[in-house]
Design a protein around this ligand. Structure first.
Ligand SMILES: [Zn+2]
Length: 203
């Protein structure tokens, strides 16, 4: 079906539909709202440009950071002195755990989990920087908080096996996190409880 939309609007509509959770109807609602608000259009374009130009993964942990040698707010905070490293799948998981206010260590964002069917292998994840940090930075515990999907489990086992000779503790969240869920959907109270009651990760 030929579109009746002007080409720039059609292009924007197609882009909006690529975003997670936005189907054709939501895309249309966002379009209508944007086209009514020229100021918002400009602000949104400017904000996107700023993100494109300035935001990059933190040199240490992979979380969102800013600058040519990006260091995130968490890695830059000297008060985050618990010698515990929490390994998560995505940057959004950092926010989920931060919301629980139950963790004062640092994070390591893997950037995904091993998924052979989707073609995601060891080299596609931030594993080499993880080994480096654990060798170098004096952490005493690694929490594997990758979620509970089969791919996340496989990845956690892979990491735990690679760390067999590492002297620190390897732990995971206590049960209470529903199977296959992503951390961002877990409420802060449940998350802080399963963090407090974390258990040894046995290979
Ligand atoms: Zn960082």
């Amino acid at each position: 079906m030929a579109t009746v939309l002007p080409a720039p609007v059609e292009a924007l509509r197609e882009l909006l539909e690529k975003l997670p959770g936005i189907g054709p109807r939501s895309a249309l609602r966002i379009l209508q709202s944007l086209l009514r608000q020229p100021t918002l259009q400009v602000q949104l374009a400017e904000a996107l440009t700023q993100v494109v130009e300035k935001v990059a993964p933190c040199t240490y942990c992979g979380f969102w950071a800013e600058g040519p040698q990006p260091v995130c707010a968490i890695c830059a905070d000297p008060a985050r002195d618990e010698p515990i490293l929490c390994v998560v799948k995505e940057a959004g998981d950092v926010l989920a755990i931060e919301r629980s206010q139950a963790f004062r260590g640092r994070y390591h964002v893997l950037g995904g989990v091993l998924d052979p069917l989707a073609g995601i292998q060891e080299k596609d994840l931030r594993l080499a920087p993880l080994w480096d940090r654990l060798r170098r930075d004096g952490y005493q515990e690694v929490i594997l908080a990758l979620g509970t999907s089969p791919e996340a489990e496989t990845t956690a086992y892979y990491i735990a096996r690679q760390l067999a000779d590492w002297p620190g503790r390897i732990t995971r969240f206590a049960s209470g996190i529903p199977v296959g869920s992503d951390l961002e959907y877990v409420d802060p109270l449940t998350l802080s409880r399963s963090l407090r009651e974390r258990q040894p990760f046995s290979v």
